[in-house]
Write a protein that binds this ligand. Sequence first.
Ligand SMILES: Cc1ncc(COP(=O)(O)O)c(C=O)c1O
Length: 463
Amino acid sequence: MLSPNHKKSDKSENTNIYGTRYFSQPIPKFEIPKEGMSPKTAYRLIHDELNLDGNTNLNLASFVTTWMEEEADKLIAENNGKNFVDNDEYPQTGKIHDRVINMLAKLFNASKEDNFVGTSTIGSSEAIMLGLLAHKWHWRESREKKGIKNNQNPNIVIGADVHVVWKKFAKYFDVELRMVPMEKDKYILTAKSVKEYVDENTIAVGVVLGTTFTGQIDEIYEINSLLEEVKEKKGWDISIHVDAASGGFVIPFIDPEFKWDFRLSHVRSINVSGHKYGLVYPGVGWLIFKDKKYLSEDLIFNVNYLGGELPTFNLNFSKGSSMVLAQYYNLLRLGIKGYTDIMENLMLTAKYLKNMLKELDIFDFLDEELELPIITMKLKENYEKTANVFEISNKLREHGWIIPAYTMPPNIEEIAVLRIVIKENFSRDMAEMLVKDLKEIEKLYKEHETGNKTKKKNLINIY
Ligand SMILES: Cc1ncc(COP(=O)(O)O)c(C=O)c1O
């Protein structure tokens, strides 16, 4: 019989790691343990606990990259110890960073005459906050130059389709939020709706190249034309910041003629998430200004603690270098052709999956023509009374799939949707398996609806 006092060893010489005392005791959770443990034990304890997390490859909720090539993994591991901000110690990392800025500015069609500048960030959220701060400063300085004293009430104009970071910016940095509500069958920001919201205190209009809610694209071209008209008639020169968190690494490859970027006269800053379709692990984002005149000198801090003089424009100070380097790896490794091949495949898979989902006949789609590899669907009206997307999301989780259900933004919050984000490691085969699992759920629903009770009682509660 096993005695409770049976003395177990700390070491795994005569047993394997699961025979050591650490696996018969609670793992320290609230206090730092008095003594440490072997690296193998610490690794195994944490590794095993993380088995409870979802499978990253089945996570169709997140936009964030879950797979990179071995060589990228190696490069990342080699550079994990480098603080990006130590530019004086790691000058080559800084040079590589600047090369990425160059490549992205050109990808977003900055011209030779443009004096573009940019920075890496932790993600699009930091990039958006920095971009909007620069517009706030630019707006104020431009007015001061004209001798205007009243500069107390800046505002930003955005659609209700924006990511939460835009609202955070308005609150944290004390800028009036002018949010254009969504309409029933239009889930994007339109030029017509923006018109009534802008005035001389508008520091920027925020537009999205692939909204978080539906993956659709705001009317960027039309909004730019509207702002050209406003400038001509009223003299207000209002900038556009494009939130290209998702679309910035997709649209330039699948539809390079589509004008949403620095080719448009009022687009002065763009953010993109390297860790989304830039195909790098979290966290790297990028912010590019068309011209350095939009980034006030006043916002750039020069620090000398690290050796040389270092100009910084970031919310955070220290951060890792690895993801910046991993971004450069992808740009070199894939080139335009490689990114295009991947993005085209993603669109093909998304369309293939959407066609199969259509056949299920229980969903309506928010975006008839997919613009990004993102599928958003709601239940058909006749299913709405008995089914609900939140339960379908839960049931899919039982099959391993992570597909979120949520309600749409204010004014259309009665619409509840499921969203599927297709990433590069989601194959056609996986799409078929997902549809097979959804079919099972649909079948049960239909049987239930016709009174033909199924034996699989555990699935009934979906409906
Ligand atoms: C349109 C949009 N903007 C901004 C963000 C925030 O990006 P990040 O997670 O890179 O900070 C997201 C995230 O999903 C997004 O979809």
